[in-house]
Design a protein around this ligand. Sequence first.
Ligand SMILES: Nc1ncnc2c1ncn2[C@@H]1O[C@H](COP(=O)(O)OP(=O)(O)OP(=O)(O)O)[C@@H](O)[C@H]1O
Ligand SMILES: [Mg+2]
Length: 366
Amino acid sequence: MHVARLRLRNFRNYRRLDVEFGPGFHLLIGGNAQGKTNLLEAVYLLAALRSFRGAPAAQLVRHGAGGFLVGAEVVSARRDSARLYWSPAERRLTLNEEPVQRLVDYYGVLRAVVFCSEDIELIKGPGARRRRFMDLLCAQANPGFLVLRRRYAEAIKSRNALLRAPSPDRRALEGFTLQAARYGREIMQFRAELVPRISQAVRSAYCAFAPEAEQAELIYRPAAREDLTEAFRRNWERDLRLRTTTAGPHRDELLILLEGRPAADYASEGQKRSLAIALRMAQAEYLAEVHGAPPVLLLDDVVGELDARRRAGLLPLLERVRRARGQVFMTCAQEPPLPPASVRPRRWEVRAGTLRALPEGCAPGS
Ligand SMILES: Nc1ncnc2c1ncn2[C@@H]1O[C@H](COP(=O)(O)OP(=O)(O)OP(=O)(O)O)[C@@H](O)[C@H]1O
Ligand SMILES: [Mg+2]
């Protein structure tokens, strides 16, 4: 899978960009604040329909413009043309010139995995980050998961609203409890199947970084140990007292362990950083396995932070993506920090919202 053509209009600091990319490895080289991350953000936006920086759509509109457009031609087993236009008054998502009616039909046209420095929050941030990580993978493997998660969230929201009412309507409460149990059980099943597979992939990815074969491991720890209906019943009185739903997948944890201990508490900064990258590598490996083709990899700055040995740990993944005719975009401030013999990058200079292909051997800025 690769992005063969990218078109930006009034997106962040890009007024107008039309560029063609082949499969393979692309290095985006440029100083600070030139538009490197913005370009990755645009690609990811078409894949996930949200900014990986968590920015609301209004922030993506170039200052002074009325709306933005991001369009791409994506080559996989098919060739698709995806376009997203956004302005405060209008949102338009089209696939092959047709308006997209159901988002589940759209997800999967472009799959992308972002590596960025905020990924360290996967290790040290709150549990919500790790739940989002699990759910992102479930959804990227099976877009129907998003519907499930939305229904569960709605059931829990309604249930909590009732729990906060002065005298909760018992029948309505039971209705939402049944719904929450039904969708929640399926979510837990997805997560329980996902985590052991990801754990395996994280373990091998982390080995490439770890000096003394330290063992990384992921364990799914559901908040409800028994059947979910049973858990809701058992917590009934407590939920009424605390006026919120205390068990269920919205409280699940994903434990990330290094040598059997929680990485958040014991791992060094370098170990956490490496683990975060291993999680993203595992995500990419998992998606490649599920879909038979690797996702587009977007590496924002992370490689520059690694020492040479750890950088080399990334090579097998990049090499695999290259062989499968996948695509990698990697940003860096200066000359390539990664000069792999086999993975020959195409180099681009990013400057003030423009992109210029650098001829081989030509230094940026010359
Ligand atoms: N909506 C917007 N309209 C115009 N410019 C914007 C908008 N949002 C961000 N920018 C600007 O785009 C420029 C490039 O941002 P970007 O995050 O892509 O930088 P970068 O090349 O990744 O730099 P760094 O190496 O510092 O990460 C910045 O100057 C930023 O202020
Ligand atoms: Mg950046």
